[in-house]
Design a protein around this ligand. Structure first.
Ligand SMILES: O=C(CO)COP(=O)(O)O
Length: 150
């Protein structure tokens, strides 16, 4: 059984960056301010504060990543309350909340939503015509899993 979910033209976008990647995300977001301001922005705490200051746009700020922010974003993805994840994670540093980071990225795949983890991918994503129109996501079929015998 195939299930479809519609990502609306006005997307709910999560913006997240690790400390060594924050400058890059802020620069990218500033460059793309006009496009981003057409959508609804969410972020982990510190990233969100920096984006609000730099772009003068309103961002729904969750907790800071290591304090549970990644998990809050993950929960929103699982509930279908977020459409896109832009997450500049740091490939050069192990962080105390690595399990949370992995869990968030995993949920992006589980729910088949667009996820960009570096600037080039974020550029491709934001310039896609699909960013600005309704898009039907085909949800993976988890029926067999849900109906498994335990
Ligand atoms: O650690 C983060 C994501 O894993 C980001 O959290 P902050 O935006 O609060 O720094």
């Amino acid at each position: 059984m195939q299930t479809i979910k519609t990502l609306k033209a006005r997307k709910r976008i999560a913006l997240i960056a690790h400390d060594h990647k924050k400058a890059e995300l802020i620069e990218w977001a500033t460059y793309n301010k006009t496009v981003l301001s057409r959508h609804e922005l969410y972020a982990t705490g510190t990233t969100g504060k920096l984006i609000e200051e730099a772009l003068d746009v309103s961002v729904r700020k969750l907790l800071s990543g290591p304090l549970g922010g990644d998990q809050q974003i993950g929960a929103l993805v699982a509930e279908g309350a977020l459409d896109v994840i832009i997450f500049f994670w740091d490939p050069m540093e192990a962080l105390p909340h690595d399990p949370d980071i992995k869990a968030l990225l995993r949920l992006g795949v589980v729910w088949n939503i667009p996820v960009a983890c570096n600037r080039a991918s974020a550029d491709f994503l934001l310039t896609s015509p699909l960013m600005h129109q309704d898009y039907e996501v085909i949800l993976p079929d988890y029926t067999q899993y849900l109906q498994r015998k335990v």
